[in-house]
Design a protein around this ligand. Structure first.
Ligand code: NAP
Length: 530
């Protein structure tokens, strides 16, 4: 049952009720508010949640990998047990279809189980042992052993465009809990009901598997105060965020200004450039136009990997491609966006782009559409205009894309090397023309976290080799991925023990290797005991 309350550790709480700090979610398909009322977390509740997390950390950091894996698997089971109740509330709060809700639930459960598997195997802590050499001359060498340890309580901001996979029990939460960090979720106001149900699953799993109270809290909010207070709180040691550059940067600056600055891992989306080389354009222009009309409008363009920028070299083939793309994209029925705020932002950002000098609208869905449905739009500009006017580089979150017509290969390379950091870059090419564009490809590699060959950027596979991140502003730290098991590395730090007695070492570093994990012993990887 959804109560509209916060989870402060295992307790439901709604102190903000008296102050009238309440709000409702919105059904964009029906264009009406949903009936349930949510109460924003108060300052006292936030303090209590952080204090509980700090206490919980003292216990949770020492919980074994096997027990934490049980916890994560139990969260996955409890999410599945919510069944249609979860799917129904998800759809009513997002306007997204059932199929998408079920797919995203599958991804969420899959992520939790993948981290459980990582913990059960155990080698992820990167244990490294350099044994002592007491007889070394001129100085004896100490015994030094290193492994990754958790940072402490982590704040996770739920993402509007992924109510399950990148919110309450999404990738950031799963990775932080796996690392040994308690999590405080700043629930996204647009899907507070989905958030509370998932939070109830996490709390149930925590109780069933004996995790300390405070290992997880879920805090409702309808404004920036709750997030601001959480990021400023001295008990919080790191932040995970997915959303706009404006908000991500504000949180990053806030965290940097603290007396003790903390890392903010913000994934802030991008315009995901797609380079279409001349031979590919000539040979497959029509098919590519169809494929890209689908990719631009997928999920109403509300994916961080949406292709917002297509680049080609001027000529008849590019002109035909623009025409075909325009013809194809208006054939696609407009679809519903997540919330009136998101569609308003889409329309406003699109108008800002359309008002720029020397930009031509080549496709605009100009028929009447239902409330909260987005009209897809394609524009085009000359390469020189794009180079001059950096406001054209801004993300228009929704089914919008711009085709840049470059004069030549040199201008294409210049544009790519001047682009802001991006999550993805795509190369559409015939094999034989690739060698002529090596410098363009290298420029693209410098600007992105993932490079795609003859495909579309939408669709992020969750697997160990995936990089979902990239140079700023795609993310605040390009050394890490926000997707896949390696995203755990955001929530840990390396820690060394020097000459520490074996009995006092964590199991991962003990001589007999009781966990049978893979370790680097005197520079050689092995599962041997010492
Ligand atoms: P958002 O504006 O980035 O906000 C995300 C969360 O951050 C919200 O819960 C918000 O809290 C909080 N927040 C915003 N500004 C803050 C600040 N200055 N200090 C502390 N907290 C702050 O994203 P959104 O609301 O999900 O969507 C708005 C726009 O973000 C979209 O239209 C789109 O342009 C962009 N977006 C991009 C991506 C992507 O992957 N590229 C994904 C999602 C959204 P409150 O809501 O409680 O105020």
């Amino acid at each position: 049952m959804i109560t509209g309350k916060n989870y402060i550790g295992n307790q439901l709480s709604a102190q903000g009720n008296q102050a009238g700090k309440t709000y409702k979610t919105f059904n964009p398909q029906l264009n009406i508010e949903n009936p349930l009322i949510y109460t924003e977390a108060t300052k006292e509740e936030i303090d209590e949640a952080v204090n509980l997390a700090t206490k919980a950390f003292k216990v949770y950091r020492n919980v074994s990998g096997k027990k934490k894996a049980e916890f994560l698997n139990s969260i996955a089971d409890e999410i599945l047990a919510l069944d249609s109740q979860l799917i129904d509330i998800y759809c009513s709060e997002t306007g997204l279809p059932q199929g998408r809700a079920m797919g995203e639930r599958g991804r969420t459960v899959g992520q939790l189980r993948a981290f459980a598997e990582l913990l059960n195997e155990g080698s992820w802590v990167e244990a490294s042992i350099d044994t002592a050499q007491p007889d070394r001359k001129p100085m004896p060498k100490s015994d030094i052993r290193k492994m990754l340890v958790p940072l402490g309580p982590v704040v996770v901001f739920g993402a509007s465009n992924f109510p399950l996979a990148y919110s309450t029990a999404g990738g950031d939460t799963a990775a932080a809990l796996a690392a040994g960090c308690p999590v405080l979720v700043k629930s996204h106001p647009m899907h507070a009901g989905t958030g509370e149900l998932v939070a109830s699953a996490i709390i149930k799993a925590a109780e069933k598997t004996g995790m300390p109270n405070g290992v997880f809290s879920n805090l409702n909010s309808s404004g920036i105060e709750v997030g601001t207070q959480l990021v400023s709180h001295p008990g919080v040691k790191a932040v995970g965020f997915t959303g706009s550059i404006r908000a991500g940067r504000a949180l990053y600056n806030l965290a940097a200004k603290r007396e003790e600055p903390i890392p903010v891992f913000a994934e802030m989306g991008s315009i995901n450039p797609v380079i279409i080389l001349p031979h590919a354009l000539k040979n497959r222009g029509e098919a590519l136009a169809k494929t890209y009309a689908g990719s631009i409008t997928l999920g109403t363009g509300q994916f961080c990997t949406n292709p917002g920028l297509l680049l080609g070299i001027k000529g008849d083939a590019l002109s035909s491609f623009i025409q075909n793309l325009s013809d194809e994209i208006v054939k696609i029925e407009p679809s519903c966006m997540l919330h009136p705020n998101i569609i308003n932002a889409y329309e406003a950002n699109k108008q800002k782009a359309l008002s720029q000098a020397d930009l031509t609208v080549v496709a605009d869905f100009d028929n009447q559409v239902k409330s909260n449905y987005a009209r897809q739009t394609i524009t085009t500009v000359e390469g020189a205009t794009f180079l001059k006017n950096t406001s054209l580089h801004h993300e228009v979150f929704g089914p919008y894309s711009m085709v840049v017509q470059c004069e030549n290969k040199e201008q294409l390379e210049q544009i790519i090397s001047k682009l802001e950091g991006q999550l993805t870059g795509t190369l559409i090419a015939e094999k034989e023309e690739v060698s002529d564009y090596v410098q363009v490809i290298e420029a693209l590699q410098d600007r992105v976290g993932r490079i795609i060959y003859n495909g579309v950027p939408t669709g992020v596979e969750v697997c160990p080799s995936m990089v979902h991140g990239g140079p700023y502003p795609a993310s605040t730290d390009s050394r890490f991925t926000a997707v896949g098991i390696h995203s755990i590395k955001r929530w840990v730090r390396p820690f060394s023990y020097q000459d520490w007695p074996d009995s006092l070492l964590p199991d991962e570093l003990k001589n007999e290797n009781p966990l049978q994990i893979s370790r680097l012993i005197n520079n050689k990887t092995s599962t041997d005991s010492i």
